[in-house]
Ligand binder design. Structure first.
Ligand SMILES: C[S@@+](CC[C@H](N)C(=O)[O-])C[C@H]1O[C@@H](n2cnc3c(N)ncnc32)[C@H](O)[C@@H]1O
Ligand SMILES: [Zn+2]
Ligand SMILES: [Zn+2]
Length: 747
């Protein structure tokens, strides 16, 4: 007894020492000796509930709370809060108070963290903020470009003066293309133009507007602010109505119409002239050309700062044709690159978009051409690259795939809202240079993206719940040093002492020496969801254009690669993932942790991960649920039961683990650990969908399988358990609802 308590006191003291040295601001290197400690993240006590609360607050305004990773669009960006906690838990010894460390000035100078799927650099940024050294690699040039820019050393004054030079040179030209004429002849800025796609009726050939509703503008909180605007289907007049009106008399032509009933309903359209009904997508495909766009309204900025909706007129038409003429005069004005078929591009191809530049109207192309040419002239590479990032933001918000979010919110719904490239029936064209009342423009994005990111880099902060309240947060500053590095471009260079090494390429092959990294913290692509390169090419073709790449070589204009971990076939996906994880195994120190986040609603998604992981030589030692960056609702089945959780999966090299026996009781401790995690989440006030329960259970099942059996046995066992899994989810969901009822009764 005595002996045991003395040794536990010794361990406690050692943990305290380790933890103290970890949180000292200028601490010397913290050596976490191999085989001595397990880490905080391997322990059930890892505070995933509290981390989820903070992460949730971050998720509401990701671009504001982690602006550095948002200087350029990337997909499925993870929450910095979660990865700060993961990096801490991965390096701090078991027994550490992770939440206390979370709000401490931690420095872990000699640990090297590697993220083989770096994306927008969430892991790398969080690791650097904790004073580690970091290696990030991504196969996609756009992701690499983003992170390189985010981590570079920037000079605020030069950036501001470059912006002002660009403003002087191009703002007048661009602003002149977004002007409206009022009825009294005064000219004012046009903030937004409203367009509708039209297709000829297959029966009578008359153009059919694809409005689903004639209400084109209403407030985001319509019940509170009920005034809306509708366009009259007979004369095009703009009418002020209540948002839920079903019968309106046009103030211009006096005809009555139902503002809620446009010609298009879901997949079908009805011709107003001959009443023929036809399928929209099929008809568009049969015509073989992109549907026409008709300009029907605009929002103008009046001299007194008010905004007003007006019908489109001949002045607007003339301005558009002027833009078209000017565009025709330009040499090599924009990249002309074909869109290749793919999971994320097929929908646009189905609407006969064949080239990336066809996503824009001529006025947008003209403005983009002028801007891109001006950015190309910036001499200093670091500055030019940063403005290329900003230019990508402009691409994202200024094309014919964007739509109107309405009043009371940032007006432009950007093109990647749906993850896929979904053609928009009622596109919104924003004023590309922008005004002080714009959103999504070059000048406003300069403030909201670039300047905000510079502020964050100069003084990073964490969010903290105010007095434990889950609705409000305060910012905690001065936990991390400013961000800005000369990044190494090879491992040799990194080895000379640089803090960060970034590279672009397949993480199935790296130049890292064997057993050289202290932890891998990553977030792999999820089977079958986002095909990054197919989407990133939208930006990449313009970046290559600005950098003057040869247009004749199409390979220069795509980020697609056969090594990208993404495939609609689960076995191909698993094989690619395994290649990267085998490399992770090679470069990871033997006693180090390999941690990644994951979730999936379908069995194949979990199977792929398990097979890749085990065949690469890893076993799972812990799995914790945590708030995901957003509810995922892309595949149909997920829409009803969205997954709000990611699972943090903690692995070690299998030979460093004691094999466990799969007990005769089918689930061993799978169910009890899952039930305990579910109860903890409920107690913390979180509600869970059936798919949330599923991911918690699947992760625990994978954990148990991965350390009890060979890879082949584990996969067979997983396949054989499909029914049992569903039954277990049922029973967990039932006990959850009992939990909830009890909580409500006692609360
Ligand atoms: C889920 S994302 C990472 C997102 C990141 N955690 C963030 O917060 O932005 C996965 C990334 O893996 C990259 N990727 C896919 N296959 C790869 C490979 N073979 N080697 C390196 N990176 C790859 C993709 O380009 C993508 O950026
Ligand atoms: Zn017709
Ligand atoms: Zn009318």
């Amino acid at each position: 007894m005595k002996c045991a308590s003395r040794s536990s006191a010794r361990i406690a003291k050692r943990i305290q020492e380790q933890t103290e040295s970890l949180i000292q601001f200028h601490a010397p290197s913290v050596v976490i000796p191999p085989r001595v400690f397990t880490h905080a993240i391997e322990d059930d006590a890892f505070p995933f509930e509290e981390i989820s609360h903070i992460a949730e607050m971050e998720s509401w305004r990701k671009e504001i709370n982690r602006p550095l990773s948002h200087i350029h669009k990337w997909w499925a960006q993870r929450l910095g809060t979660v990865f700060r906690a993961v990096v801490l838990g991965t390096l701090a010894p078991k027994g550490s108070d992770v939440l206390n460390l979370f709000y401490s000035s931690v420095r872990i100078p000699h640990a090297i963290i590697f993220d083989p799927f770096m994306g927008s650099g969430t892991t790398v940024v969080e690791a650097l903020k904790l004073g580690t050294r970091a290696i990030g690699r991504d196969i996609n040039q756009v992701a690499y470009f983003l992170v390189r820019n985010a981590l570079a050393i920037h000079n605020r004054e030069s950036i501001l003066s470059t912006f002002h030079d660009i403003q002087r040179d191009v703002a007048p030209l661009l602003s002149d293309l977004y002007v409206a004429q009022l009825s009294d002849g005064r000219r004012v800025p046009a903030l937004y133009y409203f367009w509708v796609k039209t297709i000829p009726c297959p029966e009578c050939a008359k153009p059919v507007d694809l409005f689903s509703s004639y209400v084109f503008a209403q407030h985001a909180y319509a019940n509170k602010f009920p005034q809306a605007h509708a366009v009259c289907p007979s004369c095009g007049g703009i009418n002020k109505i209540r948002f839920d009106t079903v019968e309106a008399a046009c103030t211009v032509c006096k005809k009555t119409f139902n503002p809620k009933e446009g010609n298009a309903k879901n997949q079908l359209a009805r011709c107003p002239s001959c009443h023929h009904q036809f399928p929209i997508a099929k008809t568009v495909r049969a015509y073989g050309t992109i549907p026409n766009h008709r300009l029907y309204a605009k929002m103008v900025l009046l001299p007194d700062g008010r905004k007003e909706y007006l019908a489109a007129d001949v002045f607007d038409e003339a301005l558009l044709s002027k833009a078209q003429d000017l565009l025709a005069l330009r040499e090599n004005p924009y990249p002309i690159v074909r869109i290749e078929p793919g999971y994320n591009t097929n929908q646009a191809l189905g609407y006969n978009y064949q080239y990336w530049h066809e996503f824009f109207n001529p006025r947008q192309l003209l403005c983009l051409s002028i801007l891109s040419e001006r950015i190309r002239e910036i001499k200093e590479p670091a500055l030019r690259d940063l403005f290329v990032c900003l230019f990508s933001g402009v691409l994202e918000f200024n094309n014919m795939f964007t739509s109107y979010k309405g009043e009371g919110t940032g007006a432009v719904r950007h093109m990647f809202y749906h993850h896929i490239l979904k053609p928009e029936r009622v596109p919104l064209e924003a004023n590309l240079w922008g005004t002080y009342k714009s959103s999504g423009s070059f000048s406003t994005l300069f403030q909201s993206r670039i300047m905000r990111a510079l502020d964050y880099a100069a003084r990073p902060f964490e969010l903290k719940l105010t007095n434990g309240n889950r609705k409000t947060t305060e910012k905690v500053y001065d936990l991390s040093e400013p961000i800005g590095y000369k990044c190494a471009l090879t491992f040799d260079d990194f080895n000379k002492g640089k803090r960060v090494y970034l590279s672009c390429g397949d993480s199935g092959h790296t130049d890292l020496p064997p057993k050289s990294v202290d932890a891998i913290v990553t977030d792999p692509p999820f089977y079958d969801n986002v095909h990054y390169s197919q989407l990133a090419d939208f930006f990449f073709v313009w970046q290559q254009h600005i950098f003057g790449r040869d247009n004749n070589d199409t390979a220069n204009f795509t980020t697609r690669s056969p090594c990208e971990v993404q495939n609609s076939d689960p076995d191909a996906f698993a094989a690619r993932l395994k290649a990267v994880w085998q490399e992770c195994y090679r470069v990871l120190k033997d006693e180090a942790l390999f941690v990644f986040t994951y979730h999936h609603s379908r069995a194949e998604g979990w199977r792929s991960v398990l097979s890749a992981l085990m065949e690469a030589g890893f076993g799972i030692v812990a799995a914790h649920p945590v708030k995901a960056e957003m509810a995922v609702a892309t595949p149909k089945q997920q829409a009803k039961e969205p997954i709000n959780l990611d699972i943090i999966i903690v692995c070690r090299k299998i030979e460093t683990l004691h094999r466990q026996r799969w007990s005769n009781d089918l689930w061993g401790d799978v169910i009890s650990v899952a039930a305990n995690q579910i109860a903890r989440l409920y107690r913390s006030g979180r509600s869970l969908s059936r798919n949330d329960v599923r991911v918690i259970l699947m992760a625990q099942l994978l954990r148990q399988l991965s350390v009890s059996m060979s890879a082949t046995e584990a996969l067979c066992s997983l396949d054989a358990k499909a029914k049992d899994i569903e039954m277990a989810i049922n029973s967990l969901c039932q006990s959850d609802s009992q939990n909830q009822i009890q909580r409500k009764l006692s609360g």
